[in-house]
Each structure stands twice: as C-alpha cells, then as structure tokens.
Design a protein around this ligand. Structure first.
Ligand code: ZN
Ligand code: ZN
Length: 352
C-alpha cells in the first residue's frame, strides 16, 4: 500500500488544496479506515471558508464518514479488515453526568472530531479511545455507503423532532430549506405532522424541496412569513417552529409565528456574538416554550443510522450530487448556491 494519499487539505480560509499527504499510520490499539463516502456538511463549509482554527493549519476536515476498515492494530478484535462502517464523529464517554442522564451530546469528556484529521482524505485513523467507546455502526451487506453517510446529518434532526415530540396532527413550520430543514420536514411527516410549512429567503432552495411531501412553501424574501403562517393556520400559528438557519431574524420570526403554548426551537447557530432581540412579553403571554437544540444522544445516533439505511427513507432524493474528493471546491459552490441539496464526496474510486 502506498504511504501517501490524496486529501483535501485546508491551508487557510477558503484555501483548500487537493494534494498528496502522508497516509496515516495505524495508531496502537486503533484502526485505519479507507473512506468510501464523506458528506459535505454546512458546518464543513463554514469551517473551510472562515478562520475556524485561528491560524492552526494545515488541517483536514470531514466528519460524515463511511469507510472500509483497511488496517487494525494487533489485539483489536472489534473491527476487521474489509468491514464497512459508519463512524459517528463524536465518541461519548458514557460515564460523565450528562452521558448517564442520557444527554450524550453534552458529554464533558467527548472525543471531538475537530481535534484530529478528518475524512476529506483517502484514509482516516482512529485511536484506541474510539475502539473502546465505539459509536461506529456496521453497514449490512449491499447498503450503499453514500446513503449511509446521511446518518450523521440525520442524527441531530432525528433527535430534534423526537425531543419536541412532533406528533399526529401537528402544524410544523421550519425556517431554512437547506438539507437540515428538509430533513426536519421529512421526519415531521413520518411522525404524523398534518401540516408542514417550509420557509426560506431563496426561491432556489424552495424549488429544490419540491421533490418532497411538504404542504406549503414560503419565500420569505417576498412574503412576510409570519403573516403567511398565521393565514395558513386560521390565525393561530404553528404548533412547533424550528429555526434551521443562521440568522437572528429567523429566530424572531419563529417566535412570532408560533401559537400560544407552542414550542420554538433554535436549531441553527447564528454568527458568534450575534444577539437576538426578543419580545419577552409575547413569550410570557403566549406561554411559549423556547428550546435550543444541538446534537443527538447515543440511541438517537443509532436510530438515525438505522433509518438512513432503511429503504423507507428517501435518501436518493436528498443526495443530489456525488463527486470525487478532488471536486470539493465545486461541491462547496453547488451547496452554497442551493443547486445541490446534499453533496457526498468519494475520496477513493468506487470498487466494483
Ligand atoms: Zn454534519
Ligand atoms: Zn460523557
């Protein structure tokens, strides 16, 4: 096996070079994965195009990884060469207070994926700590690794709709028609929501969502989304509203379009330091529940994987582009423009 590999290496904000780097050595007690598919996430785009590491470059990002075990350290029995797995990017300790309370996403001893080289490369190494903690899932025979890579972005959206108990008869409004917003819409429908309203400032993204079973689409660039949601709900507003976009305006609109006793979720992060002005009297008099959302607990991670690989889940409609890793710049443009819904990269040529 060659001791170099292809990788998409970030040398600075927006400076991503497809180049050859040393292939990672197998860590003692760990294993090396040949990357079959790696999704391009909105957070990857933000990290790759801003000074996300405060000058600490070069770095390889990529956290939606599915691959084939290529090398295993002696003594490791949990994995064997040839086994195809999905690796959840964070390995929870399962021992801290949050883990024991079922909130693994707030693990205080998490092995974070941002500290080590990621999956925008032909190979990725995992340490003994990962072997000990797991959070890897074996793909059944015949499951497409590209489809399985959706398990990662699906996990947090799966957790969100479960945590706020989207249920039969609910009206759900979602601000943001990127992949996350559309995941939330599809999952809300699966859970029985009767009316799903998808809102975005870009008509192009709304058009992309036409492939999915969504009841109403609102272009908030031309129509007041609060008025429109009220109109579509007989003046009441949505039962559950999820802000899945990076703006403070979206969070304000979410509050204003939710009916009394409804729930509002701040799913998408806003730029660091940005503050959202809130009419706290409206929250008070309308008995609104505001909650944040981040990540998923270990069981939700597992169930999201099981759903991603289940034929009942319309993965093929989400994955609009599959490109070789060398086309990462094009992939970023496609995702940013809204032309692509979800782009998955393949660092290695597909095996027959
Ligand atoms: Zn992701
Ligand atoms: Zn923990």
């Amino acid at each position: 096996m060659s001791d170099v590999m292809d990788a998409a290496v970030m040398h600075g904000p927006g400076d991503i070079r497809f180049e050859q780097v040393p292939r990672p050595q197998c860590p003692g007690g760990g294993f090396v994965l040949r990357v079959d598919a790696v999704g391009l996430c909105g957070s990857d785009i933000r990290n790759l195009t801003t000074d996300s590491r405060r000058g600490d470059y070069p770095h390889i990002y990529g956290h939606e990884v599915v691959g084939t075990v290529a090398e295993v350290s002696s003594g490791v029995t949990a994995y064997e060469p040839g086994q195809r797995i999905y690796v959840y990017p964070e390995a929870h300790c399962l021992r801290c207070d949050y883990c024991r309370a079922g909130h693994h996403e707030h693990c205080t001893d998490v092995e974070s994926y941002t500290t080590r080289p990621g999956g925008f490369a032909q190979y990725i190494a995992y340490t003994a700590k990962r072997v000990e903690r797991g959070a890897t899932f074996t793909l059944p025979e015949g499951v497409d690794p590209v489809r399985a890579s959706l398990a990662e972005p699906l996990s947090s959206t799966y957790a969100c709709v479960e945590n706020i108990n989207v249920r039969l008869g609910d009206t759900v409004a979602i601000l943001g028609a990127g992949p996350i917003g559309v995941f939330l819409a599809v999952l809300s429908r699966m859970r029985g929501a009767s009316k799903i309203i998808l809102i975005d400032v870009a008509q192009e993204r709304l058009d992309r969502s036409l492939a999915f079973d969504i009841d109403h689409r609102i272009d908030s660039d031309t129509v007041d989304p609060v008025e429109e949601v009220k109109r579509l709900t007989g003046g009441l507003g949505a039962d559950k509203t999820i802000s899945a976009n990076p703006t403070t305006a979206g969070q304000q609109q979410a509050l204003a379009m939710t009916r009394p006793c409804g729930a509002v979720v701040f799913f998408g992060g806003v730029p660091e330091g940005a503050l959202t002005e809130i009419d706290s009297n409206a929250v008070h008099y309308n008995s609104l529940l505001i909650r944040g959302h981040y990540g998923a607990n270990s069981m939700q991670v597992q169930r999201a994987f099981e759903l991603a690989i289940d034929p009942v889940f319309p993965a093929e409609k989400f994955i609009t582009h599959v490109l070789p890793l060398g086309s990462i710049d094009e992939a970023i443009d496609l995702a940013r423009s809204g032309e692509a819904l979800k782009v998955v990269l393949q660092p290695n040529p597909e095996k027959e």
